[in-house]
Design a protein around this ligand. Sequence first.
Ligand SMILES: Nc1ncnc2c1ncn2[C@@H]1O[C@H](COP(=O)(O)OP(=O)(O)OP(=O)(O)O)[C@@H](O)[C@H]1O
Ligand SMILES: [Mg+2]
Length: 223
Amino acid sequence: MLIQVNNLTKTYKTSGGITTPALNDVSFTIERGEFTAIAGPSGSGKSSLLNILSALDAPSSGEVIFNEENLSTLNEKQLSYFRLHTIGFIFQAYNLINTLTAIENVEYPLLLQNISAKQRRLRAIDILEQVGLGDYLTRFPNQLSGGQQQRVAVARSIVTKPKVIMADEPTANLDSKTSASLIELMLKLNEEHTTTFIFSTHDKDIMDRAKRLILLKDGQIQS
Ligand SMILES: Nc1ncnc2c1ncn2[C@@H]1O[C@H](COP(=O)(O)OP(=O)(O)OP(=O)(O)O)[C@@H](O)[C@H]1O
Ligand SMILES: [Mg+2]
């Protein structure tokens, strides 16, 4: 088992003493190599759940056990290390660095990991070729289509060989054809690298390509 989620709740407190419940007693496990979609209507808690799974946010109660380690026992430094080495992130808005080329964007997390310049370059080229962007290495993000930018983001997420890739609505800004090909790319990487993927989506066609679906409604699991 890779991730065990026990009785998570999340309640946001905003100014004026208002509280918003986002997750209510959520429990499930994720095995190594899964390709799992978290689905549910707007406001059902998908982003809240992914943020907690990837240690970007802490739950109000409950726990996430990642590889037998309870995330709530880690300090900030250990959490940064965990996020850099264990998780790959893909975002809805790509979040590439606009002043860096495609290859430099993919090299960036390896730089943070103190990998040598030569290794960074080799690994970034290899993975950009795997995502079909071998001819676009020196393009800047604004010289790429949305689908190509998201492929760079996928390459950046996997270049560090993370245990799991977390993606919050990775296809939300893409048209349906580009979304379908992005999901096929993620599936290919899931199979070839045995990387676990957990991603959220609104899109029925994307849900259909998932190997497992976790359905949220009002912060609770439906199935
Ligand atoms: N930072 C925050 N402060 C206060 N309330 C929040 C915050 N983030 C989310 N919420 C609330 O928590 C609930 C769950 O939100 P969340 O963003 O997890 O839903 P979602 O399923 O990702 O929705 P969407 O499909 O629109 O992205 C909603 O009621 C939302 O308003
Ligand atoms: Mg969301």
